[in-house]
Design a protein around this ligand. Structure first.
Ligand code: ATP
Ligand code: MG
Length: 180
């Protein structure tokens, strides 16, 4: 399984539809300061379920929507789609290609889609739990996180191993079941 494409429309600095294709293996994203490298990684984390506006360098979720420049009017919707190549069926979903979409409107409407069908955020979280791709996983290591791992308490570090070992899914389901 690998990320094969990211499509962004109206997300942060990506006002127009922007499509970025990735191949298997390593990809480096380079560019001048302010060109949108961090915005791209935030777009990916956003679709994976990031709910904290602060961790996306904003104050409110609305701040992910392109808010205009001197030359351009703001837009009303941010929409990002990740396309995952799942030919190896690494994810427990019987499709070779899985698209996951999140959109957010200034009026507060959110939408989540898996292969163009409307789902809940929970379904996305469920699909990705223990895949190593979830928003709290270590597939995305941001600046400062390396030290955080070394400096964390043993109990906190245990969570890292649990995620890697694939037991978080069961804990999540247990908590959900207990709530009902
Ligand atoms: P650096 O090399 O400095 O880390 P970068 O390539 O990571 O730069 P980003 O931080 O991704 O750059 O992009 C920052 C740009 O995105 C800024 O110009 C900022 O104005 C713009 N930006 C952020 N949010 C929005 C928004 N909601 N609407 C329009 N532009 C935005
Ligand atoms: Mg940056």
């Amino acid at each position: 399984m690998y990320l094969s494409r990211v499509e962004m429309t109206g997300f942060k600095s990506f006002a127009d539809k922007t499509v970025i294709e990735f191949n298997e293996g390593m990809t480096a994203v380079v560019g001048p300061n302010g060109s949108g490298k961090s915005n791209l990684s935030e777009a990916i984390r956003w679709v994976l379920g990031e709910q904290s506006a602060k961790s996306l360098r904003g104050n409110r979720m609305e701040d992910v929507i392109f808010n205009g420049t001197q030359a351009r009017k703001p837009v009303n919707i941010a929409k990002v789609t990740l396309v995952l190549n799942n030919e190896d069926r690494y994810l427990d979903y019987d499709f070779s290609e899985i698209s996951i979409t999140r959109s957010y409107n200034r009026n507060g409407d959110s939408q989540y889609l898996i292969n163009n069908e409307q789902v809940r955020l929970r379904d996305i979280v469920d699909l990705l739990l223990d895949s190593g791709l979830g928003k709290n996983s270590f597939s995305i290591i941001s600046q400062g996180q390396v030290e955080q791992i070394f400096l964390s308490k043993p109990e906190e570090r245990r969570t890292i191993f649990e995620e890697a070992a694939g037991v978080q899914k069961y804990q999540y389901r247990k908590t959900e079941a207990e709530r009902r």
